[in-house]
Write a protein that binds this ligand. Structure first.
Ligand code: NCD
Ligand code: ZN
Ligand code: ZN
Ligand code: ZN
Length: 391
């Protein structure tokens, strides 16, 4: 079997710490199978499936199902993320030890979609996590700052009258959890960092020796609040699209290694849940199939990252953060072939209806990019060739 690699770039298979597959519960919008195809097409060999399914992934029954189903599909390792609490934003810690000891061997816990808002629960979760050797990932949003008519940050959103999620909601939790992690002697991971202030706080915390890591999404690296002018629900996401100055700070933070990695926050939603009034549209955007192209456009093309840096933020760092030993490794003799081949000069236009995802809520629809994943290998098996899934 020959894979054409002339002029292409070989990278370790990508690892996404933040993917929403909607199984169980909303299989009309994404399944483990359809999400795995989207992931493989995006160059991923491992994804972490967030816990906000229905039922919530707060027990080993669900987390083991997610892992097993992913292995059955066989396109990408689907690592289950367990819920920190029983139910999202619950009042009681979930049985993390049981989920960590399951077949799915849960390595990361989060209430993503909801903040672990109660500081005592977060503190206990951090203590518990460090004794178990797992990671707590925080969706940083102080809920008491996001209710009511608080404007999105920035003059555009304020003028448009859009309710949303101010910077302080994110940054106050980042600061709080950095301090809680310090006191618990634990590690904490910040989901979807979106503000210049979050970058500063992560930098400060790390300077204090606090074990904090953070991810940034492709959409927050590319899009700013000028997109909100159209009131199109496709642009509604948590955290919201911020100002151009935040976008610049996120790019710089990723280039400097303050932000550790890129994570998609791939969030499929049905047409009818997105095509309503902006404030009623469900938050979230597709991300798996477009991530690499956006990282190249926002980071490689402007000279902020070289290809070595792409390997770091898309694969090596995320694997390290979550302690995956069989992924994200430098390509060396004898390593399992989890690989992604990228054509750095392949112009293509995103057609949202043609994406492998069952949903089509891509804000990148009709945008043209200059790089594309052409092949993906999972443990030596070709999952994507010539930009097509091999099943
Ligand atoms: C996510 C979803 O749809 O599950 N939505 C989003 O806007 N990012 C939840 C989340 O990541 O907070
Ligand atoms: Zn979130
Ligand atoms: Zn999410
Ligand atoms: Zn639509």
């Amino acid at each position: 079997d020959v894979i054409e690699a002339d002029g292409q770039v070989l990278l370790p298979g990508f690892v996404d710490l933040h993917t929403h597959l909607r199984e169980p519960g909303r299989e009309d919008t994404e399944t483990i199978e359809s999400g795995s195809a989207a992931a493989a097409l995006g160059g991923y060999t491992a994804v972490f499936a967030m816990a906000n399914t229905s039922p919530v992934a707060d027990s080993v029954v669900i987390t083991d199902h997610v892992w097993r189903r992913g292995q059955e599909v066989g396109l990408v390792d689907v690592h289950p993320v367990g819920a920190v609490t029983v139910g999202l934003a619950g009042k009681q810690l979930a049985e993390m030890a049981t989920m960590a000891a399951g077949v799915g061997a849960v390595k990361m816990f989060s209430d993503d979609g909801h903040c672990v808002a109660d500081p005592l629960i977060m503190r206990r979760a951090l203590e518990y996590s460090s004794s178990l050797g797992v990671l707590i990932a925080q969706h940083a949003e102080e809920p008491r700052l996001t209710v009511g008519a608080v404007a999105h940050e920035g003059p555009t959103a304020a003028r448009l009258g859009l309710a949303g999620w101010p910077r302080a909601a994110e940054e106050s939790i980042v600061a709080r959890d950095a301090l809680l992690a310090r006191d618990a002697g634990a590690r904490v991971h910040i989901c979807h960092a979106s503000t210049a202030g979050t970058v500063e706080l992560v930098k400060w915390a790390r300077g204090q020796g606090i074990a904090i890591t953070a991810e940034v999404t492709p959409h927050h690296l590319l899009l700013d609040d000028s997109r909100l002018e159209t009131y199109d629900g496709v642009n509604r996401v948590n955290p919201p699209l911020r100002e151009a100055s935040d976008v610049a700070a996120l790019r710089k933070g990723l280039a400097e290694g303050i932000l550790d990695c890129v994570a998609t926050d791939h969030a499929p939603h049905a047409e009818q849940d997105k095509c309503c009034e902006f404030s009623a549209a469900r938050p979230g955007m597709l991300g798996l199939e477009t991530a690499l192209a956006i990282v190249v456009q926002t980071m490689v093309t402007p000279g902020l990252l070289d290809w070595r840096g792409v390997a770091r933020v898309m694969s090596e760092r995320p694997a390290e953060i979550v302690g995956l030993t069989d992924q994200g490794r430098p390509i060396a003799v004898g390593e399992p072939a989890n690989l992604t081949l990228v054509d750095p000069d392949h112009e293509w236009t995103v057609r949202a209806p043609e994406l492998a995802s069952l949903s089509h809520n891509s804000p990148f629809d009709a945008m043209t990019f200059g790089a594309k994943v052409t092949a993906t290998l999972l443990r030596g098996r070709v999952t994507v060739r010539g930009g097509k899934v091999q099943s």
